[in-house]
Design a protein around this ligand. Structure first.
Ligand SMILES: *Cc1c(COP(=O)(O)O)cnc(C)c1O
Length: 400
């Protein structure tokens, strides 16, 4: 079935995931499905597994699941923990809250450090809590790298340093579902034990694959972890993966696409990919400021290159603005989730994205604000253009 027609021209999919899938990746998947136990499959399997090690920046085990990111969240917990274990989690926003609920449902005891949905996780709060845990009840610290509901980034090296400063032995589990291949990330160097990710955001693929990158310490923990698992078991994956195969049917055609997407990322160079995202984030914030609106993230150090959540003026419906923008300009923007429902809209600027796509997006937002009757100043798109052209102070200092 062809997708329903949304209007003339290409639909602007500017939600922070799923993201635009490049034509090259679409074409790489447009092949007959091969025998996943046949002699040719191992080339695809090996390339996908090896390629993902290069994206996570790890020499350790990487596990690929035919599942959404939520599955990989569950996998990270059931492979490393036992029923009743305490895990320390941090309320950066909606996704951190969902991960906490998932932990509860599995029979873990999450301790949730409250946050205001406008910042990344506070390393000091984590260090203070760990220092008080003299009987080592806390088995893992779980944080979301890029909180997709708010556009706030947690600085993972600071969280690692906080755990080390407290002299605590807890595992560090990090959700990079919306940050991997968009923001700088280094699984091994940053001392992360399990990194969770998914296919449909920075990796530029359709939904359907998710990942765990696993440290040696996490593998060791998995040997005595007592939570029930079968489908998610790292141990079941390990043997077949060593020769490029999987214990059950992998998402074959998504793996063709994954290998292509990884090639594209390395052709551009990961560091260039990260700079591109930061630049688009800064240009978007310049537009928001010029409109006289407020970025939800309240801490410049935590600004996200992946998405920008924008606060609506008091009493103005963000969802009505998004509806008007979709109907008139054929563009989807992200909605506000749970605590910030109808209060914010989110502009995704990640994945397969360039300056002209960003300008189209921001012009669409500006026209949508006008059409929906949202009080704002004009000139946001121009401010973003000035930033992209290097005509502003912040752009000049970024280029330097
Ligand atoms: C999208 C997202 C998820 C959920 O992933 P699904 O693929 O929808 O299961 C979890 N965490 C973060 C940070 C996300 O952006």
């Amino acid at each position: 079935m062809a997708p329903p027609r949304t209007g003339n021209g290409r639909h602007f999919l500017q939600i922070p995931g799923p993201t635009n899938v490049p034509d090259r990746v679409l074409r790489a998947m447009d092949f007959p499905t091969m025998d996943h136990r046949g002699p040719q499959f191992s080339e695809v399997g090996n390339k996908a597994l090896e390629g993902m090690r290069s994206i996570f920046k790890t020499d350790g085990q990487v596990v690929i699941y035919p599942a959404s990111g939520t599955g990989a969240w569950e996998a990270a917990l059931v492979n490393t923990l036992s029923p009743g274990d305490t895990v320390l989690m941090y309320e950066t926003g909606h996704f951190a809250t969902l991960w906490k609920t998932l932990a509860e449902n599995l029979g873990l005891k999450p301790e949730f450090i409250a946050g205001d949905w406008r910042h990344g996780a506070d390393p000091q709060a984590i260090e203070d809590r760990l220092r008080k845990d003299t009987s080592a009840e806390i088995k893992a610290v779980c944080v979301v790298h890029n909180e997709t509901s708010t556009g706030s980034v947690t600085q993972i090296p600071e969280i690692r340093a906080a755990i080390d400063a407290a002299g605590h032995d807890a595992l560090l589990l990090v959700d990079t579902i919306s940050s991997l291949a968009s923001l700088d990330y280094r699984h091994d160097e940053w001392g992360v034990d399990v990194t969770v990710s998914g296919s449909q955001k920075g990796l530029m693929l359709p939904p359907g694959l998710s990942f765990n990158a696993v440290s040696e310490k996490a593998v060791a923990a998995s040997k005595s972890a007592k939570l029930s698992k079968s489908y998610w078991s790292w141990a079941e994956m390990k043997g077949p993966n060593e020769t490029g195969y999987f214990p059950y049917t992998p998402a074959t055609n998504l793996l063709y696409g994954l290998v292509e997407a990884i090639d594209m990322l390395h052709e551009e160079g990961l560091d260039n990919v990260f700079v591109r995202h930061q630049r688009h984030g800064a240009a978007t914030r310049a537009a928001v400021k010029a409109w006289g609106l407020e970025v939800l993230c309240a801490e410049p150090r935590h600004y996200s290159g992946v998405l920008t959540a924008v606060l609506m003026p008091e009493g103005v419906s963000a969802d009505n603005f998004r509806k008007v923008t979709l109907e008139n300009f054929n563009m989807s923007l992200g909605n506000g989730l749970s605590k910030v429902a109808d209060r914010v809209f989110r502009i995704g600027h990640l994945g397969d994205f360039n300056d002209l796509m960003l300008m189209g997006t921001l012009c669409g937002v500006e026209m949508g604000l006008e059409r929906a009757g949202v009080t704002h100043k004009s000139g946001g798109a121009q401010a973003a253009l000035d930033h992209l052209a290097g005509r502003t102070k912040s752009a000049a200092s970024q280029a330097a």
